[in-house]
Design a protein around this ligand. Structure first.
Ligand code: NAD
Ligand code: TDX
Length: 332
């Protein structure tokens, strides 16, 4: 297997590369990544060069993506602009990468007849009420809220149309909020952990009551591998580990694990259009493909993640100042 991983130098993509490297020793992995602010070659350092190669290129670049697709057997497509706050400040890169980039990739996949797995998010379904008994399922209607989630929704619809109209051999997964090593400090958990390490307080948007459904990035990777190998073409699978927490609970747990008082956080300006709650029903993936998450103890997974950020200051320090400067402008 010659696997092309777009966005393989980002947070989840690099976790996936490490996972496949360990789980499938006979596979060759080609990482294709533009190295935006969110990507780094450091995330895939130390892997045997005979098994993993790297090309720095844009998925929107027709000739480059076409060459990469022509040379592989299958593609897992992580590359995207991924941060809601950035999408509110500057939507164009999201339209370009998430929509135009996915279109370019699909056209090459169609031309060369390759197998594609498209990575998406639970945010395409919009949000749920706090007391809503329903969770997202593959049949939940799309109702995205932000430039980020609407461009991801559009990319999913492109994939579905290319499957139906052109017989492209693709599957889609929509996963909940990931945590783990190599996540950029612009996202909730790494931001708060690194704020505490640098002697500042964590910052909660609004009243901290918004709920996210957390999953460790390695469990996302095992779900994607299961779909790549056993998933039915044209199907959508939801990936989630049944771990709903509101943001206040997450920040309190981080503070406690880092030896601080539970209430030692600040409330800051809310995110415009802030989705209230996400929750995933992963029963299709579990029942049809036998997938199970490994990291079922959120507290332990969070403690390991905090340790990783403590031990890898060299990795996150260069991103930190510029990220906080952006937040300061937004009053968040
Ligand atoms: P990330 O921002 O950490 O990484 C994205 C990667 O894509 C980076 O390495 C970046 O350099 C690369 N990239 C961006 N634009 C590119 C382009 N035009 N051409 C080539 N490479 C480009 O994101 P992430 O959190 O790892 O998310 C990866 C995927 O998973 C995304 O598709 C995202 O929508 C999806 N997802 C994320 C989460 C989450 O909690 N982070 C949850 C569900 C789904
Ligand atoms: O400083 C913060 N304070 C805060 O309260 C930050 C950065 C975030 N938040 C809140 C906003 C959200 O309710 O925490 C929650 C999580 O925020 P993010 O880490 O920005 O993630 P979210 O917007 O939920 O989106 C994430 O999960 C779905 C990923 O960034 C997406 O790529 C993925 O699709």
């Amino acid at each position: 297997m010659n696997l092309l991983v777009t966005g393989g130098a980002g947070f989840i993509g690099s976790n996936f590369v490490h996972y496949i490297y360990g789980q499938r020793p006979d596979w060759h992995i080609s990482v294709y990544d533009l190295l935006t602010h969110a990507g780094s070659k450091k995330n895939i350092e130390g892997l045997d060069a005979s098994r993993v190669d790297f090309v720095q290129a844009d998925i929107c670049d027709e000739a480059s993506i076409d060459k990469a697709v022509s040379e592989c057997d299958a593609i897992v497509h992580f590359a995207a602009e991924s941060h809601n706050d950035n999408s509110l400040a500057s939507p164009w890169p999201f339209v370009n990468t998430n929509l135009v980039g996915t279109f370019r990739l699909l056209e090459s996949v169609r031309k060369h007849g390759k197998r594609l797995h498209h990575i998406s998010t639970d945010e395409v379904y919009g949000d749920l009420g706090l007391d809503d008994p329903a969770k997202f399922t593959p049949d939940t209607p799309y109702n995205p809220s932000s430039p980020y989630s609407s461009t991801k929704a559009g990319s999913d619809l492109l994939v579905r149309a290319w499957v139906r109209s052109f017989d492209v051999q693709a599957t889609i997964s929509n996963c909940s909020n990931n945590y783990g090593p190599y996540q950029h400090v612009e996202k909730l958990i790494p931001r708060q952990v690194t704020e505490i390490i640098e002697g500042r307080k964590p910052k909660l948007y609004g009243n901290g009551q918004n709920v996210r459904d957390w999953i460790h990035a390695e469990d996302h990777s095992s779900g994607v591998l299961a779909i790549l190998e056993k998933g039915k073409i044209g199907e959508t699978y939801l990936i989630g580990a049944n771990c709903e927490r509101n943001n206040k609970e997450v920040v309190e747990m981080i503070l406690e694990l880092m030896g601080k008082a539970k209430n030692d956080y600040e409330l800051v300006n809310d995110r415009p259009g802030h989705d209230l709650r996400y929750a995933i029903d992963a029963s299709k993936l579990m029942n049809e493909l036998g997938w199970r998450p490994k990291y079922t103890d959120f507290r332990q997974g969070l403690a390991n993640t905090i340790d990783w950020y403590k031990q890898n200051e060299d990795w996150w320090k260069p991103q930190k100042k510029v990220t906080e400067a952006k937040y300061k402008e937004l009053g968040r």
